[in-house]
Design a protein around this ligand. Sequence first.
Ligand code: PXL
Length: 281
Amino acid sequence: MNVPSRVMTIAGSAAGGSAGIQADLKTFQELDVYGMSIITAIVGRHPETKKNVHAVDIEAIEAQFATAMEQVGTDGIKTGMLFSEEVIKTVTRLIKGADVKTVVVDPVMIGKMNSKLLEDNAIEVLKTNLIPLATIMTPNVPEASVLLDDRPLNSLQELKQAAVDLHQLGAKNVLVKGGRLEGPAVDVLYDGDTITTYEAPRIHTPNTSGAGCSYSAAIAANLTKGLPVKDAVRQAKSYITTAIEHGFSYTEIVGPTYHAAERKYGEAYKIKIETIDQMGE
Ligand code: PXL
């Protein structure tokens, strides 16, 4: 029997189903990989206490990981919300012990609804411990800026420089996602050798909750299928752009991307790709 490749997400639970673990698992299913989840924190705002991030203890994280590895094993790991220094150290240790080929690190820091998903004192261990294990890291503009000591990033040229500089942290590939800038949504990949840009048209919609999670989950899925990094990113960018185009909301609150969009409507977006050897427009 032909079995799908296996991908594990180590991330937070987003109760509304648009982001975090839930977005990752929906993406994995759409891309026909076998998904597993290790929950690092539970995000959901209590109506009275207003508490939004509920910790999961280290023993429970280790237990989930051990169970998934024993029952299934994995071809790739994607990390999302890790919240604390202690969780990052644990996850780093677990990944190191797992001997896995594909590691996608999405350095999640702040949610769309402004939830704080990473403690300030955890940024340093993220940089020094976990990022060096990454096959690819996938910061958005605010995350890239924080990882570069609050460097302002306002142009494509600055994103290219950011990708090159972030590569020093030790990830094999750096994808800086430019969706938060104006104009078309251009992402920059640096592999230590060449810069590749991926351009999709800007889609004007408020319903992009979980887009970053789903994009990096799609990259992880594609890598475990054996696609080279550049193709894995291109196909993931197309997948997420189609999902964003068909995003929707059930309430007044910002809604999810539509994970099934590409399956239903086909690959709608031909992503424009340019590769250059060195910095330059
Ligand atoms: O979209 C970032 C994100 C990641 N992970 C979890 C989240 C969110 C946003 O709310 O809740 C668990």
